[in-house]
Write a protein that binds this ligand. Structure first.
Ligand code: FES
Length: 118
């Protein structure tokens, strides 16, 4: 079960083959660090924290269809979140949609037992 939250405005979103750091704020006030990437014209959202040494993926760049970490250049596939071999690691992949002027991402709601207040 997920919750769609606003990440940024369409106008602030990265241009083709650019990335940016952003934070999705859930209704319960939890901040989720996101790397918003525009790979060949398509927006994707993955976790911003590199599994290698916690580098900020949204501070990196796009190369050959992958997001590269700015610290040691591990390359991440934005559809699977997997690091390219020989590295091993994975970041979360979040569904993205554009609604009007807003870019939204779907964040899993922890627990899921309690009803989220409307
Ligand atoms: S911290 Fe990302 S590649 Fe090392």
């Amino acid at each position: 079960m997920g919750e769609w939250v606003r990440l940024c405005g369409v106008a602030e979103a990265p241009g083709t083959d650019e990335v940016m750091e952003a934070e999705a704020l859930t209704r319960e006030g939890r901040g989720v660090p996101i790397c918003l990437a525009n790979v060949e014209g398509t927006l994707s959202a993955i976790g911003n924290v590199c599994p290698h040494r916690q580098g900020p993926l949204g501070g990196g760049w796009v190369e050959e269809g992958k997001v590269l970490c700015p610290w040691h250049a591990w390359a991440f596939d934005v559809t699977t979140g997997e690091a390219a071999a020989p590295e091993r690691g994975r970041v979360e992949v979040y569904p993205v949609k554009v609604e009007g002027e807003d870019v939204l991402v779907e964040i899993e709601v922890a627990g899921g037992e309690d009803d989220v207040e409307g």
